[in-house]
Write a protein that binds this ligand. Structure first.
Ligand code: SF4
Length: 364
C-alpha cells in the first residue's frame, strides 16, 4: 500500500504498514528508563509529563533529572505547585536557566488549579490554552499522558523522519511536511509510546553523527540509508546573513604614499591595517559616513568613486563607498595615522576588505 502526500511538490511515500509495529516492538525492548516515564503498560501522569517537557526545553536529560526529582518531592502534584509562591518555584529552579520557563510553569500550575480543579485538560486544544504550553508541548502531553493520536515532533524525530523519507526540503520550511510524515508512524493505538519510541530512536540510534543503522528497527526501509547519505539529513537552510552594514573608506594619496592606520587590538580585524574610514553601521547613509572623513589640511572635498565594494563577514555583509583625495607633499598624517609607500603595501597586515577598498580607490 502506498500513501500519497501532496505538498509543494508531489511527495510519494511508501507507507510501510509495519513501521509503527516495528517501532513499538523495538520500544518495548529498548525504551529508556526516565524518571518521568510511566512503567510499561501504565498510563503516564500528566503532571510528570508536563513538568519534564517544560524542564527539557533547551536542557538535557542528565541536567533535568535532579531538578525533576526535587520538584516532585516538594510539590507532588500540580495543585501543590499551584499553591506554591513564585519565589519558591524560582528558587527551586535556580541553575536550570531560561527562567521564563519557571514563571510560566508556576502560572500554568495556578491556572490548572484555579480553572480546572487541579486536573490537566485532556485535549490538545485545552492544553494549548495554558501558559507556557505551545503546540509541541500540547501534542507531547496529549499523546503521552492521554494517548491521543497525535505526534509531537522534536529535534530527534525530525532527524529520524527526514532520513527515513530522505526529505530534501530544508528545515525549517519543511517542518509541516515532516510533521505529516511523522504521523504516518503512529499505529492505531499507543500514540504516546510511538512518539517516545521515535524520540528514543533519535537519541540512541539515529544520532546526528554515525547513526547505528544496523541496530535500527526501520533500517530495511530507510531512504537515506539506502543512499548512504544519512548524516546529511535533515537538510538545513543556510543561516541568514546578518543585516547589511554600510560605511565609507577614504583613500588618501600623498604622492606615492597612502594614509593608513591600525585597528584597535580587540574586536573585528583587531590590530590589522586599514585606510581611514567611517564606522560600519546598518542603515547608515552616505552623508553620515562622509561626515566621518579624516581632517586633512588642503582637503575640502572628496571624490566619490563610482560603485561600492562589498564584503561578507561571518555575521554581516558590508558595503563601502570609496572616497579619494590627493594631498600636498608635506601634509601631516592626522593623529593615529601614518603614511606608507604604496609600493610596500603588500607588507602591511591588510585584511581582504581593505585590499578591495584600496584596489578600487587606486584603480589597481
Ligand atoms: S536506518 Fe539509520 S538513518 Fe535510517 S532511520 Fe534508522 S538509524 Fe536513522
Amino acid at each position: 500500500m502506498s500513501l500519497t502526500i501532496v505538498t509543494k511538490k508531489k511527495f510519494v511515500v511508501a507507507e510501510g504498514a509495519s513501521r509503527p509495529a516495528l517501532l513499538l516492538d523495538w520500544y518495548d525492548r529498548h525504551r529508556r528508563r526516565l524518571p518521568w516515564r510511566a512503567a510499561a503498560g501504565e498510563r503516564a501522569d500528566p503532571y510528570r509529563v508536563w513538568l519534564s517537557e517544560i524542564m527539557l526545553q533547551q536542557t538535557g536529560v542528565k541536567t533535568v533529572g535532579p531538578y525533576f526529582a526535587k520538584f516532585l518531592a516538594r510539590w507532588p502534584d500540580v495543585a501543590a505547585l499551584g499553591r506554591a509562591s513564585l519565589d519558591d518555584v524560582l528558587r527551586m529552579w535556580a541553575g536550570l536557566g531560561y527562567y521564563s520557563r519557571a514563571r510560566n510553569l508556576h502560572a500554568c500550575a495556578v491556572a490548572v488549579l484555579r480553572d480546572h480543579g487541579g486536573i490537566f485538560p485532556d485535549t490538545e486544544e485545552g492544553l494549548r490554552q495554558l501558559p507556557g504550553i505551545g503546540p509541541y508541548t500540547a501534542k507531547a502531553i496529549a499523546a503521552i499522558a492521554f494517548d491521543i493520536r497525535t505526534m509531537p515532533v522534536d529535534g530527534n524525530i525530525e532527524r529520524v523522519v527526514s532520513r527515513l523519507y530522505a526529505v530534501e526540503e530544508p528545515l525549517p520550511q519543511t517542518k509541516p511536511l515532516i510533521g505529516e510524515l511523522a504521523s504516518t508512524l503512529l499505529g492505531p493505538s499507543r500514540a504516546g509510546d510511538s512518539a517516545q519510541a521515535l524520540m528514543d530512536l533519535g537519541s540512541s540510534i539515529c544520532t546526528p553523527k554515525k547513526p547505528a543503522c544496523a541496530l535500527c528497527p526501520l533500517n530495511d526501509d530507510c531512504a537515506a540509508r539506502s543512499r548512504g547519505d544519512q548524516e546529511t539529513f535533515p537538510r538545513k537552510a543556510p543561516k541568514r546573513a546578518g543585516t547589511l552594514r554600510r560605511g565609507a573608506a577614504f583613500i588618501v594619496r600623498r604622492g606615492d604614499e597612502l594614509l593608513v592606520r591600525t585597528r584597535a587590538e580587540k574586536g573585528l580585524l583587531g590590530g590589522m591595517t586599514e585606510v581611514p574610514g567611517s564606522a560600519w553601521l546598518a542603515g547608515q547613509d552616505d552623508k553620515m559616513a562622509l561626515n566621518q572623513a579624516p581632517e586633512l589640511n588642503g582637503v575640502t572635498c572628496w571624490h566619490r568613486k563610482t560603485g561600492v565594494i562589498t564584503h561578507v563577514f561571518t555575521h554581516f555583509p558590508l558595503e563601502l563607498v570609496i572616497y579619494t583625495a590627493d594631498v600636498a607633499t608635506r601634509t601631516r598624517a592626522p593623529e593615529g595615522m601614518r603614511w606608507v609607500p604604496i609600493a610596500t603595501l603588500a607588507d602591511e597586515a591588510l585584511p581582504n576588505v581593505m585590499r578591495k577598498a584600496i584596489a578600487h580607490g587606486l584603480d589597481i
